[in-house]
Design a protein around this ligand. Sequence first.
Ligand SMILES: C[S@@+](CC[C@H](N)C(=O)[O-])C[C@H]1O[C@@H](n2cnc3c(N)ncnc32)[C@H](O)[C@@H]1O
Length: 354
Amino acid sequence: MGATNSTTKKRLSKRFQNKFHIYDNYDEFSNNNNNNFASTKRRISSESTISSHSTFSLDRCNELTKTCGNRKYFNKEHVRDIFPTDNDELKRLELTHTWNKELWEGQPFLLPVDEVFNRNARVLDIGCGSGIWSLDMARKYPNCQFTGFDIVDNFPLEVKESNVEFELGNILEGLPYGDNTFDLVFMRNMKGCLSQKDYTTCLQEIIRVSSRWILILDSDIILIGGGPLANQLREEVLDELMKKYDVNMMPSSIIRKCLEDNNQLSDIHFEDKQCPIGEWGGRLGTLYLEILKWATKNLYHSVSSLYSEEEYNLKINEAFDELNHYNSYDMVFRICAKKIVERRRSLKKIVRNP
Ligand SMILES: C[S@@+](CC[C@H](N)C(=O)[O-])C[C@H]1O[C@@H](n2cnc3c(N)ncnc32)[C@H](O)[C@@H]1O
């Protein structure tokens, strides 16, 4: 378990002095569907939120990424993530967060919410990205302590909430926490960063550091009811991602199997939901089409051996025009599990009469 020393911390604070902020008006973003949220709604406060557990220095973190043109990506040999790791991608993830909240009607939990959040729970958010979920939750549940964990520093270093901190590290190298540290471990939308083998490692770590609850949210990219152009593009792109990165864009069965095979878990609940793609699905369908199209565009560098960028963008436009006219949909899912924590049998003290 490494620790960030004070010199590194000072360096972090200095570097982020003018850069890190929090999104202080999420609801406004949500209501106005304002896609510039990531870059416009920002505020700095004086408290640094980087955790003293962090196993990564920022220099190490910088080695993981490379800039190509105006986009920033992970170096494939270090991190598998098929998406870029820049502002444009963060904006897409923030829109996804809004859509996700609306899709689950503000209740993205299969958990007994009162039991989990109405006490001083410790919550870990794996692959937190911009930290939007943790920040949102920290405001809603000020009595709970949230830790966002990610391999890159796209989260805010300085926030006003005292109950959020962020941690740099690679879950595949192990989480820098002891067993049973968190009441809830949450992971959302990580399918683009984990291979089948990685899921086993990642979920074992999640289960190890959880003392009670695990909650995973993601989606299967199936395009049910999609037309021929969309289906062909989906097949080509998903095949390439599988071949090149061993990434499966339909992860629900892998996650379920990993959890079901783990004998430390009980009460595994799986719930899936159709999410419409396109105008036929009203606001949710329109938002999801925008998110999916944006995600497909952002994948270009991962599938660039298949098409020129121009050809790829043309295919995307045709496929999504087509999707909009079919009543197609994808499946989103959430899985909740409870950890059985062994309690040491209390030893009865036998008092003998003299
Ligand atoms: C698609 S984003 C999801 C962000 C966030 N969970 C959300 O739902 O908005 C995936 C995140 O996982 C992070 N990530 C990728 N590989 C990782 C690893 N091995 N350890 C920790 N974080 C990782 C990426 O940096 C990125 O922020």
